[in-house]
Design a protein around this ligand. Sequence first.
Ligand code: HEM
Length: 431
Amino acid sequence: MEHTQAKESNNDNRDETSYSRREVLKMAALAGTGIVVGMSGMASLFAINNGIRATGHVNPDSEDSHSEIVNKDEIPFFGVRQAGIVTPQQMYMCFASFDIISDNVEELKQLLKIWTESSADMSAGRGLRETNRQHQLNSLDEKSTDSSAKLTITFGFGSTLFSKNGIDRFGLRSQCPDELKDIPSMPGETINSQISGGDICVQVCTSDPTVAFHVIRKLAASSIEMAVIRWIQTGFIDASDGQTPRNLFGFKDGTANIELTSEQAKENHVWVDSSKGPAWMINGTYLAARKIRMDMEKWEQTFFRKQEAIFGRSKNSGAPFGKHDEFDAVSMREIPSDSHVWVARSTGTKILRRSYSYFDGIDPVTGNLNAGLFFISFQQSVRRQLVPMLSLLAKHDALNPFISTISSSVFACPPGPSEGGFIGEQLFEVN
Ligand code: HEM
């Protein structure tokens, strides 16, 4: 495919209007790691799609909204707290971690402003339509593009944004939360640093995987040559009919999250309040992400009853041992003391899990499936809530022979941006 020039036909679009073969190749390589993504390449590629003018409107509140079309799938980007944390889990995820290649705090703020504006637009369906449009052309189904696809875009800051190699690169070191520390190494794990950490993470969740792809693409395109994609992970869940999704081992995964659905529980366990952490993190939370490979071949050779004992729950219903229904209370006396649920529960701490299954094809060395769980949890305190759980699980969990952790990251998710403001702006106000 050779493109030499594309003319922009959408007047509202601020991106560049031409792209070269080299830029197309840069885009094609986006899924790799360590690629500098600048305006010239990504934005121009984005313009390929934007060249097709959108005809409908998506935001019912905007002046130009179309009376027949209402965007029912919109999850507001602006708010006191970021979306994509306690939001009901969408089916698809694309998680990207960026490294920032400038040491200029004004440029960093500029980048966050651009990303805020772009994310708000895409969450409202604007900008997604153009990208989706190309994907949808064959169906000629105009209405099917009038949706935000339940899109949420959640940002988090890694510890290296505050201090890298001992250097206070943006003058933000004094604001680094105590909580923003790497998770200590756990017995039996081998962490690959190339797919861990990063300066800024973006968790994109949506009901349409094409949308997730385009969101990352657009954020990268608008990064004013300040951001390098460090790593990307895609994921999916099986979320039929609002049921608890099943992980790749076939078990319902996320049942105990029900205990965190009350507002009070979220205040107690998820959101940072004024008594904890730096002021700029109030109404924020901490995100832990760990890529955990699952040995599918070994699991398939394991008897059904043993599989159930490993979790302490019925495979079919999800009910804890000794109970009938999935959401019945767990009785610690009735589940094996090395079962995953027993060990995870025994710390007495709670976390909000929002994980996705992943499938990265075949392991070229072993020929086995390269698949597992991209574990994501949100909590007020990684150190106090998650680390004790991980430590106990690493020692006692009957699941351990079937899993191996290969990446580990922690990010501080700031509060939600207000309209007219930008993501993380509270961090810069204190300086
Ligand atoms: C591939 C790895 C993992 C798999 C397949 C897995 C699967 C499951 C399943 C099936 C359940 C029972 C249903 C539920 O309540 O969701 C569960 C519960 C749980 N898991 Fe995991 N999990 C994994 C890793 C982890 C990790 C790394 C943690 C965090 C340290 C964790 C923490 C928990 C917690 C807190 C519960 C709820 C226990 C309760 O209160 O009943 N899991 N997990």
